[in-house]
Design a protein around this ligand. Sequence first.
Ligand SMILES: NC(=O)c1ccc[n+]([C@@H]2O[C@H](COP(=O)([O-])OP(=O)(O)OC[C@H]3O[C@@H](n4cnc5c(N)ncnc54)[C@H](OP(=O)(O)O)[C@@H]3O)[C@@H](O)[C@H]2O)c1
Length: 249
Amino acid sequence: MLLEGKNALVTGGSQGIGAAASLELASEGANVCLTYRKHEAEAIKYAEEIQAMGRKALAVQCDIASFSDAENVVKAAVEAFGSLHILVNNAGMNWDGVSWKMTEEQWDRVLEVNLKGYFNFTRHVAPLFKEQKYGKIINVTSINGLRGKFGQTNYSASKAGIIGFTKALAKELGAFDVTVNAVAPGLIETAMLKESEARDKIIDMAMAESALKRVGQPEDLAYLVSFLASDKAKHITGEVIKVDGGQYI
Ligand SMILES: NC(=O)c1ccc[n+]([C@@H]2O[C@H](COP(=O)([O-])OP(=O)(O)OC[C@H]3O[C@@H](n4cnc5c(N)ncnc54)[C@H](OP(=O)(O)O)[C@@H]3O)[C@@H](O)[C@H]2O)c1
């Protein structure tokens, strides 16, 4: 197992990519604290699945946009596990609209969750990783942070921001043996897609772009997350790795 004895914190573990990453990290031996916002029953179910694998698990409610919520989650994870080695900044949202119709609230909320939310958790974990001279931070961005997407100026800006954040953080923490990388999904079949009124149209567009002609699944991301969280990836930092079936080449 790649992650025996390691302790991980995954934001947004009640669904989609975060849930798949939590299960994969646990299957590689890690104890996992996963967070949720609204889907408590799902988060508890995933925590129980992880416990059934023989690992420790914890499900904690929070709004990642809140600095104090992030601090409380990190404290709870350290209290439960004794230490932390892996942070997966994953929880995110979209609230689409063309720029000439977008409200201030739409802009602010997406940036607060998708960009500041990642800072909030990193800020409380970075001193621990620096002190112990070990840590892995994996930030989930998006191919739309690399290329921009029509109707998503707020989301694209937040995800592009995460790429700059990842690179700067990799430079700050590298001397302490802490790696920081970003994973950039293309279209992945999660609630974000399933709940969209434009689901079929979005899938058709992604298929037309995709080299592999396949819609990604949460597990496709989870395998990369667990590799980057492991010491097999110890010489990789400051990278942005696409998992998109060749949707953006
Ligand atoms: N799906 C895609 O096609 C795709 C493509 C590119 C990038 N991404 C990125 O991948 C990440 C995961 O996306 P996903 O598709 O797996 O999403 P998802 O299925 O909608 O799940 C989102 C997760 O984030 C949590 N969350 C959302 N807002 C939160 C907040 N303010 N505070 C705390 N938790 C919050 C949700 O908690 P609750 O459910 O409990 O409320 C849920 O666990 C996101 O950063 C997203 O931008 C996704």
